[in-house]
Design a binder for this molecule. Structure first.
Ligand code: FNR
Length: 347
């Protein structure tokens, strides 16, 4: 029944995955002092090395990208050295791992870097407080200047280079879930009237600049992208966003990418303005290798891959609950159910 999950997949001439099961990026907030990855994190990822590909927890590209406590970074030498422990642990067991590159945009909080401004496409704030730090209310972000945007593009590219130096097999650009790149792609959060907003062509400019600058530095074989065409987290939906994503996907089709990954928690939800589920919309609009995600079991994922709805499945919460998820599926064993109480324990 799940045999198809254990067939290899060639992504490109540099990368072939042993199986179709990806470990989804999962923020665990357990980096050490200086946002440096720890030996405990290396052990945690090493235990999951039999995934076809691990995508690291979202990793901040510079200090003002931070929106949650103890999220790892990839902009200092100490962080690069910490990630080397992780990539070595995964490679020693025959696995592969991409770094997920992150800037939280308006979800960032200046508390973390001792600054004043959080940067976003427009000065539109979110309500509420930082998870795990209820005393921190979100601030209204400052609209990024054109010079700020150029610097952000450069900092994404540098972070990608750092990831390769740290031994990663590639990077996944975090363009999903209401963070900086996603904020440029939705009308709710992008109210700009310059060349970075106001119409689909302009709204996709910054995301594409990030993609192109990273491809230029580390190569398309090592560059992947995660996007959320459905606004479902920290962003209000707007039917006009559909044209933005249609254009973005058409532009991405002109480029090479290692894969394209949907960003969604529950892929059974149908969105009117996408004419269906996120994976269905992406399948219709991209030629790239597609990663499905969001509430799948091994059985439902195998069925979707057999039906050609996507090529790879990313598994999130079950991988938190089961370090040996892949072995359990292969051997037809029960998996342990996920619960939020497992989050503070990195096993
Ligand atoms: C996530 N998710 C997530 N997504 C992402 O792109 N970067 C991240 O760092 C995180 N962090 C994260 C932490 C935790 C605790 C959860 C539960 C989720 C989303 C995740 O990658 C995935 O899309 C969802 O969990 C849906 O897949 P499952 O869990 O239904 O298999």
């Amino acid at each position: 029944m799940t045999d198809i999950l254990f067939t290899p997949l060639r992504l490109n001439e540099r990368l072939t995955l042993n199986n179709r099961i990806l470990m989804a990026p999962l923020t665990r907030c357990m980096a050490g002092e200086g946002l440096v990855p720890t030996q405990q994190m290396a052990d945690y990822y090493g235990r999951r090395a039999d995934a076809g590909l691990i995508i690291s927890e979202a990793t901040i590209i510079r200090p003002d990208a931070q929106g949650y406590p103890n999220t790892p970074g990839i902009f200092t030498q100490a962080q690069i050295a910490g990630w080397r422990l992780v990539t070595d642990a995964v490679h020693e067991k025959g696995g592969k791992i991409f770094a997920q590159l992150w800037h939280t945009g308006r979800v960032a909080h200046p508390h973390f870097w001792g600054g004043t401004d959080a940067l976003a496409p427009s000065a539109v704030g979110i309500k509420g407080t930082v998870p795990r730090m209820r005393e921190l209310s979100y601030v209204v972000p400052r609209e990024a200047t054109v010079a700020d945007i150029a610097q952000l593009v450069e900092d994404y590219a540098k972070a990608a280079e750092n990831a390769i130096e740290a031994g990663f097999d590639g990077v996944e650009i975090h363009g999903a879930n209401g963070y900086l790149i996603d904020e440029f792609l939705h009308h709710d959060t992008n109210r700009r009237e310059d060349e970075f907003g106001g119409n689909p062509q302009n709204m996709i400019r910054f995301p594409l600049q990030v993609v192109d600058s990273i491809i230029a530095r580390i190569g398309a074989n090592h560059t992947a992208l995660r996007i959320s065409p459905a606004a479902y987290f920290n962003i209000q939906p707007d039917a006009r966003d559909r044209q933005v994503f249609d254009l973005l996907l058409a532009e991405l089709d002109k480029r090479e990418l290692a894969y394209l990954h949907g960003g969604i928690f529950d892929d059974s939800v149908e969105y009117d303005y996408l004419d269906g589920k996120v994976s269905e919309y992406l399948r219709r609009h991209t030629r790239h290798t597609l990663v499905g995600v969001g509430g799948y079991s091994a059985d439902s994922a195998a069925e979707a891959i057999a039906d050609d709805r996507f090529e790879l499945i990313a598994i999130g919460r079950p991988f938190i609950a089961n370090h040996d998820y892949v072995a359990r599926v292969r051997e037809g064993k029960e998996t342990i159910a996920y619960s939020d109480e497992q989050l503070p324990i990195l096993y």
